[in-house]
Design a protein around this ligand. Structure first.
Ligand code: FAD
Length: 466
């Protein structure tokens, strides 16, 4: 029996959308399924949050700069694309937290997924003696009887006390997700810690076991691509047929037609009729597109943090201090405006020509976003003051790249999983051939987005052809 040709539209050309489009094409070709794919991207470039600037021998990441590939989803994709030899792991280096105006190395004990080393915790200058004793309480405290979600801050305060949260957990999280730990959900953001308590009671003991498992799997390092993360975007795009990509086309609304198909309305081209839609835009954009259908009305808008990355290149000085440093995070108990800083040329080989240092910092987080609105030169001035205070850097940069990311970091606040369940149910009954995936839903990291893009392509083709 010959099957009817189907058309699938993927909305959004970030890593989620490109991965979905790539696997739709690939699985369809491998299984002889008659499917046409069209990818619709509002802006004139593909990649969304992933954007690499290659400049005079420097590799500057404006958005994400690396990823932790717990489930090997990026590796698998890179293998399918033939670029797995271009994956590179980060060099070893020390991580610090700035409290007051001093940098303290973080104890390995809580390096996420890392080794357990009690002595580094005991000798750490990050915590007072009473703070350390309170943290050790985790070894004895019972687990909570509640199954309910709770804020990340409450969860870790319950286990380790206030000081560990203020000087370690909050800086690491704020530096990574730019969020407010008293609203973010432990269940959605760190399901592994939520489960650790359920399974092992003590997080320290649980971490020890899972830390060993992680080391055995060799996945505790960050990775990127030799020539920057945009390599992934460029390669994905080159595998899609050029006439299947529409750039500079913004989807404004979608409607369900009587025959069960879907009509997509855009800002500048004729409506597109298709059999199914994969929406990979941030949730608020998807909500707007579905607005007139009354779908998702019950769900509140999501909150997104506004942040900026600032990358600065310096001629290398004589200073030997921090030669082995990879990055530092900043506690709210400090007088810095920046939230984290990475020595890119320590963390990666070949991101700067010999004789130069390349530093990258973040500014802005929920509740502290006005700084992102400053002019480039005011941002640069603030960052340089912080770098002088924190690491004694006094020279002027050779160049500075400021990249603002407005409302870009999704905040999975308490109850996120339940709200996503409501969303899925609603779509399933009212709009079954429209799927929502991407960083607003089931994981923010690049590997999480790749996983979602691949699984939705698989799921949709099964639904269509089985
Ligand atoms: P996006 O990249 O946001 O892509 C969505 C696309 O949809 C965009 O191109 C947009 O233009 C398009 N679009 C929106 N509305 C419409 C419309 N109506 N019609 C058509 N197109 C539309 N993750 C890590 O793993 N490691 C990191 O180090 C890391 N660092 C980060 C640093 C920053 C500054 C940011 C912002 C994020 C970082 N992340 C990191 C997270 C990760 O980069 C993102 O979650 C991921 O890239 C999002 O991919 P996506 O495809 O889901 O969404």
């Amino acid at each position: 029996v010959t099957q009817e040709r189907r058309k699938v539209a993927v909305i959004g050309g970030g890593v989620t959308g490109l991965t979905a489009a790539y696997y739709l094409q690939r699985i369809a070709q491998q299984n002889n399924l008659p499917v046409d794919v069209v990818l619709i991207e509002a802006s004139l470039r593909l990649g969304g949050k992933i954007q690499t600037l290659r400049k005079d021998g420097f590799i500057v990441e404006r958005g994400p700069e690396s990823f932790l590939d717990y489930k090997n989803s990026v590796r698998d994709l890179a293998q399918d694309l033939g670029i797995e030899q271009q994956l590179v792991p980060n060099n070893d280096g020390r991580t610090f937290v700035a409290v007051g105006s001093n940098l303290h190395p973080i104890p390995n004990l809580l390096a996420f997924g890392g080794a357990l080393d009690v002595s580094s915790f005991i000798t750490s200058g990050l915590f007072s003696l009473s703070g350390k004793l309170r943290a050790a309480g985790d070894l004895l405290l019972p687990k909570t009887k509640e199954d309910e979600d709770e804020p990340i801050g409450d969860f870790f305060r319950r286990r380790f006390g206030k000081e560990v949260v203020e000087n370690l957990v909050e800086p690491l999280l704020a530096g990574t997700f730019a969020g407010d730990i008293d609203h973010l959900s432990i269940k959605s953001m760190f399901p592994q810690f939520y489960q650790l308590e359920k399974q092992h009671r003590s997080l320290i003991l649980g971490l020890k076991k899972s830390g060993e498992a992680l080391r055995n799997d060799h996945i505790e390092t960050y990775q990127t691509f030799q020539n920057g993360l945009e390599t992934l975007i460029e390669t994905l795009a080159s595998h899609l047929s050029p006439n299947s990509i529409l750039k500079g086309v913004k989807v404004e609304s979608i409607d369900r037609l009587n025959d069960g198909s879907v009509q997509i309305y855009t800002n500048n081209i004729a409506p597109i009729k298709c059999d199914a839609v994969i929406m990979t835009t941030p949730f608020n954009a998807a909500k707007e597109v579905l607005d007139h259908s009354g779908l998702l009305d019950e769900l509140p808008k999501m909150q997104y943090a506004t942040i900026a990355t600032v990358t600065l290149a310096f001629k290398q000085g004589e200073a030997k201090k921090y030669k082995d440093a990879m990055n530092f995070f900043v506690s709210r108990n400090s007088d810095f405006a920046i939230t984290t800083c990475t020595w890119c040329n320590h963390k990666w080989n070949d991101v700067a020509p010999a004789g130069y240092d390349l530093l990258r910092v973040y500014i802005g987080r929920v509740g502290d976003e006005a700084i992102v609105e400053l002019s480039d030169s005011d941002i640069e001035k603030t960052v340089l003051q912080d770098l002088e205070k924190a690491i004694g850097l006094e020279t002027a940069p050779v160049f500075t790249v400021v990249s603002r990311w407005k409302e870009s970091m999704p905040q999975y606040t308490v109850g996120h999983d339940e709200r996503m369940e409501v969303m899925k149910q609603q779509l399933h009954t009212d709009f079954p051939n429209v799927k929502l995936v991407g960083s607003s839903y089931d994981g923010i990291s690049v590997p999480d987005c790749v996983t979602q893009g691949k699984s939705i392509a698989d799921e949709l083709l099964k639904e269509m052809f089985e």
